[in-house]
Ligand binder design. Structure first.
Ligand SMILES: NC(=O)c1ccc[n+]([C@@H]2O[C@H](COP(=O)([O-])OP(=O)(O)OC[C@H]3O[C@@H](n4cnc5c(N)ncnc54)[C@H](OP(=O)(O)O)[C@@H]3O)[C@@H](O)[C@H]2O)c1
Length: 332
């Protein structure tokens, strides 16, 4: 596990040559994404940062980027409004980005929340959190892959629960639509597994891109309050009386989370490209230092989770990928 001191030292080496010169952030309007953007800009490098978000976040994101520009005038920000829980909007946003850029160094995906409330669907019929944490993320990757493949050392980082995979996943009801299937627990577990399985598929198809599924640990971002929870329900009370105080007490500092995520976005520890790293390299799900998916936790530990990933690959991956393709097909 790299110490925070080692991580800071590695991040201090980020310069105009090693920084992700063009990056796209879906989820950068709040939380971990926003903290990591700030840490990247504070390095003083020359970067162009696309932030994709819904209309309601536009004003505060513009205030945030103006503040960052005062710290680093070499950072350029491009705001792209889009309802990122929708696949049609994801496709449209990607078309806008493709019309502006020829290559992308980093795609950072961190939309979503703990699905602690009742099931709620988008107008496209997908559970909102599943769409944010899985389907739209995969669609962003597929649409932006041609641009990522034109970069020198491209990287995709999906923030959710990398490394927490078990040996089985629900393949009978992938979208948890059957009565009784969806709950806060099954939702969180299912979306984490879908991420690893889908990203593992893409990583094996595209070894020229570094794919990472990361687990941010506890960060006090207000994430547990975002689900469809009635504040007067038992779940509302659990969040207020138990979860929020626990998260407040045991979360890592925002600044430390930002440095750790910045390291994951830039270090050659994952995939061999980027900011030089002399420590032990991370091993992907193929147990290799290059190629395959990197599962990384909040401490920067990288695990191939080889046994469980091999079982998931053998027993579930083709079915899940075929299902994913059938959902995404109208938006490709
Ligand atoms: N924070 C933690 O302790 C923790 C722990 C483990 C896993 N995670 C997971 O890691 C990811 C990043 O976490 P975070 O704490 O950074 O999350 P966050 O701050 O709560 O939110 C991340 C992004 O999701 C967007 N979002 C939320 N609901 C949306 C909706 N209905 N429609 C469109 N956009 C929506 C937010 O947009 P707006 O800014 O417009 O609201 C924001 O850009 C999430 O998937 C989270 O579940 C977090």
């Amino acid at each position: 596990m790299p110490s925070l001191k080692e991580i800071r030292a590695a991040n201090a080496l980020i310069n105009d040559a090693t920084a992700p010169r063009v990056s796209v952030w879906v989820g950068g309007t709040s939380g971990v994404g926003k903290l990591t953007i700030k840490a990247l800009v504070e390095t003083g490098v020359s970067v162009r940062i696309y932030i994709v978000g819904r209309k309601s976040s536009e004003e505060r994101t513009k205030t945030f980027t103006q503040e960052l520009n005062a710290i680093n005038p070499k950072a350029e920000f491009v705001w792209i409004e889009g309802e990122v829980s929708l696949l049609a909007e994801t496709k449209r946003v990607c078309e806008v980005i493709r019309s502006k850029e020829s290559s992308i160094d980093l795609l950072f995906l961190s939309t979503g929340y703990a699905p602690l409330g009742t099931r709620e669907e988008t107008s496209e019929g997908l559970e909102i959190c599943q769409s944010l944490e899985y389907y739209t993320r995969i669609l962003f990757i597929i649409h932006l892959l041609p641009l990522l493949q034109k970069a020198e050392s491209p990287r995709v980082v999906s923030v959710l629960g990398g490394g927490l995979e078990r040996s089985s996943v629900n393949t009978d009801d992938i979208d948890l639509k059957k009565p009784g299937s969806f709950s806060s627990t099954t939702g969180q577990i299912q979306y984490c597994h879908l991420n690893s399985i889908g990203l593992d598929w893409l990583a094996n198809e595209h070894p020229d891109v570094t794919f990472m599924h990361t687990w941010p640990g506890w960060v006090n971002t207000g994430n547990v309050r975002r689900g469809n929870v009635d504040p007067n329900s038992w779940m509302g009370w659990i969040i207020w009386l138990v979860l929020e105080p626990l998260i407040k007490t045991f979360s890592m500092r925002d600044e430390d989370s930002a440095q750790r995520n910045l390291f994951q976005c830039t270090s050659a520890a994952f995939g061999g490209h980027g900011v030089p790293w002399e420590g032990k390299p991370g091993l992907s799900t193929l147990k290799k230092p290059e190629g395959g998916l990197f599962l990384v936790n909040y401490k920067g530990d990288c695990t191939p989770n080889a046994k469980n990933m091999a079982t998931l690959r053998e027993k579930a991956q083709s079915k899940i990928w075929a299902h994913t393709q059938s959902i995404l097909e109208p938006y490709l």
